[in-house]
Design a binder for this molecule. Structure first.
Ligand code: SAM
Length: 303
């Protein structure tokens, strides 16, 4: 891909670089905030699945401006440091990571927990939706330990076949749950965000990391009566905002001209790093196994 073709195809990718955000996802959180004023009164927040860190950048700017904010960012991958952001490298579905996060908020709970987690998609929709749901539930489990009453939880959700079960689960813990789709999230993607406000766990609920929040014995299609929650669907981001499914010319309307901007923060230890090094040394050639060779080139063992 050329240095400008992605800029042309994805206007939010390009705007993110121009505005110093590490990823285009920053616009999703900013547009969610425009609609729901997520950061109002927030001084302590958790950013789950945070790398490369654009949501943490937004959080630290919006709530940490006075130096009083407190953001804890967690991801499987290493993330370049950000001022005022405490980083934890770990898997949010693991007990050890959850415990490490929770200890940062002991005695002083968080106002906001966000999770933009996404598994590596396989293309098998059921598997991808299941994995995404597991990430969301792991994030919710952590949120039940760190959120203060009335706090807010925002998490990426795939609007798949069984999403109603997730809404029902979220509704148990929050007085308001809705599904929001920012303009910067492509229409072609099943991604949306569950915006859960007013943390209010059921009476007698004791947060327990060892207890799964999803009861797998549910028959998803049998949810009805009070368990069948239909949550409002809200699009957010100004209607004049750029459409993430369109390609835009390199020169946008303001006439300021196009200038290529390099990414704000290149990945610090991407999984493809070793392949790049080998390629530079000309050592990336695949090992040829006998079974991959045409039959004429393989030594035929005489009978
Ligand atoms: N919000 C981020 C930003 O603005 O820069 C982008 C997040 S990216 C879409 C999804 C992230 O989820 C990836 O960095 C990935 O490593 C992380 N992730 C996926 N599964 C995870 C897990 N089990 N624990 C922690 N992080 C996870």
């Amino acid at each position: 891909m050329g240095r400008t073709s992605k800029d042309k195809r994805d206007v939010y990718y390009r705007l993110a670089k121009e505005n110093g955000w590490r990823a285009r996802s920053a616009f999703k959180l900013l547009q969610l905030d425009e609609e729901f004023q997520l950061f109002q009164g927030v001084t302590r927040a958790v950013d789950l699945c945070a790398a490369p860190g654009s949501w943490s950048q937004v959080l630290s700017q919006k709530i940490g401006g006075q130096g009083s904010g407190h953001v804890v960012a967690v991801d499987l991958q290493a993330m370049a440091p950000l001022p005022g952001v405490i980083q934890i490298q770990g898997d949010i579905t693991q007990l050890s990571t959850a415990k490490e996060i929770i200890q940062h908020f002991e005695g002083c709970p968080a106002d906001l927990v966000v999770c933009d987690g996404a598994p590596d998609v396989t293309g098998l929709h059921d598997v991808d939706e299941y994995m995404q749901a597991q990430l969301l539930l792991a994030a919710l489990n952590i949120a039940t330990h760190v959120l203060k009453p009335g706090g807010c939880f925002v998490a990426k959700i795939f609007r798949g076949r069984d999403v109603t079960l997730l809404y029902s689960q979220l509704r148990v813990f929050f007085s308001s749950v809705l599904c929001a789709k920012p303009r910067s999230s492509r229409n072609s993607s099943i991604e949306a965000f569950a915006v859960c406000r007013g943390y209010d766990p059921p009476e007698g609920f004791v947060a327990d990391l060892s207890r799964p929040l999803l009861d797998h014995s549910y028959d998803f299609n049998q949810l009805d009566g009070p368990t069948r929650i239909i949550v409002p669907f809200v699009t957010c981001g100004d209607l004049s905002a750029y459409d993430s499914d369109r390609s835009y010319p390199l020169e946008l309307e303001d006439g300021s001209g196009y200038k290529y901007t390099p990414p704000t923060q290149p990945p610090i230890s991407p999984p493809y790093q070793e392949a790049c090094t080998l390629k530079k040394k000309g050592q990336l050639a695949k090992e040829i196994r006998p079974q991959d060779c045409p039959i004429s080139q393989v030594d035929v063992v005489p009978q």
